[in-house]
Design a protein around this ligand. Structure first.
Ligand code: ZN
Length: 80
């Protein structure tokens, strides 16, 4: 289990280590299902239309998507 400061530090280091995806878009930390992922920002784009979804599916493996740290839902106290 990590404390808040250590979790933030790990996340920042991960972003610093890989600020851009191989597609040229920047990466961003995303919390999902108890894990903070470092993801290509294009993975969060809305998918409109069949062609856009096809392109997204075809190119997804090339985009950055790396787990950074496991964080339980109540593990990160929110700064008020
Ligand atoms: Zn990408």
């Amino acid at each position: 289990m990590y404390d808040h400061a250590r979790a933030v530090d790990l996340i920042e280091k991960s972003v610093d280590a890989r600020p851009f995806c191989s597609c040229g878009r920047h990466t961003t930390p995303v919390w999902r299902d108890g894990v903070v992922w470092l993801e290509c920002s294009s993975l969060g784009d809305p998918r409109d239309g069949v062609i856009a979804r096809f392109v997204a599916a075809a190119t997804a493996p090339a985009h950055v998507r790396t787990p950074i740290i496991d964080v339980l839902e109540d593990g990160l106290p929110l700064a008020a």
